[in-house]
Write a protein that binds this ligand. Structure first.
Ligand SMILES: Nc1ncnc2c1ncn2[C@@H]1O[C@H](COP(=O)(O)OP(=O)(O)OP(=O)(O)O)[C@@H](O)[C@H]1O
Ligand SMILES: [Mg+2]
Length: 250
């Protein structure tokens, strides 16, 4: 579905992404993970066409992304930006339906779809007329997810979509998202800081550092055959403190 070939990006003198190759088959759930500043959001923004690469090409279902076709192609991508990106002056309903209305989708279809999505995100009907500032951080994230799913996109780009959720809801939503994306055969590229979430959600984990892909593969492969010591360090850095805490409480 997506072929990224030698794509790079720098800001001024600072490279944010070294020339990078990545292929994402249709129906795959791929997780980008790595330390803060390693280029995860940059890669997602390049795929969504929000920024242009300095080199290389991105091909979406056989079509090379260009400034001429990006608006058309982006309608087939759902994108949740890291900060949620809701319009503060629009209600939840208007935020979620903004693209559908712009594209003149049928009003009854829109109503039906927003009800479906509200159920999915477990947001009560009365919240649909609130403004983002009147919601909790976790509720806002769920609205951002609803908006990304509104047009039933083929490809979902999710930049830490569950970061502000409390552990219980996060866990539930992880399960639900995985089930939904699996059922609908969605292709998903998700960024997370959480290695357990990455392992649960991703068929393929892409571990990055300093604008480079260090290793890509299933969690098991990263855990059992780390390409370099950093991979092991990254995995144990998150697991070790929790294991020690549990041990100490015994
Ligand atoms: N618009 C910009 N102008 C200048 N530098 C930028 C810009 N956007 C990102 N960068 C830099 O590019 C690098 C990669 O940033 P990016 O946002 O992709 O990191 P990230 O992996 O998503 O980090 P985090 O986990 O903190 O979200 C960082 O060093 C960042 O400071
Ligand atoms: Mg980021």
């Amino acid at each position: 579905m997506l072929v990224i070939s030698q794509v790079s990006k720098r800001y001024g003198d600072a490279p944010a992404l070294a020339p990078t190759d990545l292929q994402v088959p249709s129906g795959e759930s791929l997780v980008l993970i790595g330390p803060s500043g390693c280029g995860k959001s940059t890669l997602l923004r390049l795929i969504a066409g929000l920024i242009q690469p300095d080199s290389g090409t991105i091909t979406f279902e056989g079509t090379r992304l260009s400034s001429e076709n990006i608006l058309q192609i982006r309608q087939r991508m759902g994108y949740v930006i890291q900060e949620g990106g809701l319009f503060p002056h629009l209600t939840v309903r208007d935020n979620v339906t903004v693209m559908a209305r712009y594209l003149h989708r049928d009003a009854s279809w829109i109503d039906c779809r927003i009800n479906e999505l509200a159920q999915l995100a477990r947001l009560p009907e009365e919240m649909m007329s609130r403004f983002p500032a009147e919601l909790s951080g976790g509720q806002r994230q769920r609205v951002s997810l609803m908006r990304a799913l509104m047009l039933d996109p083929d490809l979902l780009l999710l930049d830490e979509p569950l970061g502000a959720l409390d552990p219980m809801i996060r866990y539930e939503l992880q399960q639900e998202l995985k089930a939904i994306f699996g059922q609908l055969g969605k292709t998903v590229i998700m960024v997370t800081h959480d290695i357990a979430e990455a392992a649960f959600f991703g068929q393929t984990l892409v571990l990055m550092r300093d604008g480079h892909i260090v290793q890509a593969g299933p969690f098991k492969e990263l855990a059992q055959t780390p390409a370099e010591p950093f991979v092991e360090q990254f995995i144990t850095a998150q697991r070790e403190p929790m294991a020690q805490l549990v041990e100490a409480l015994r």
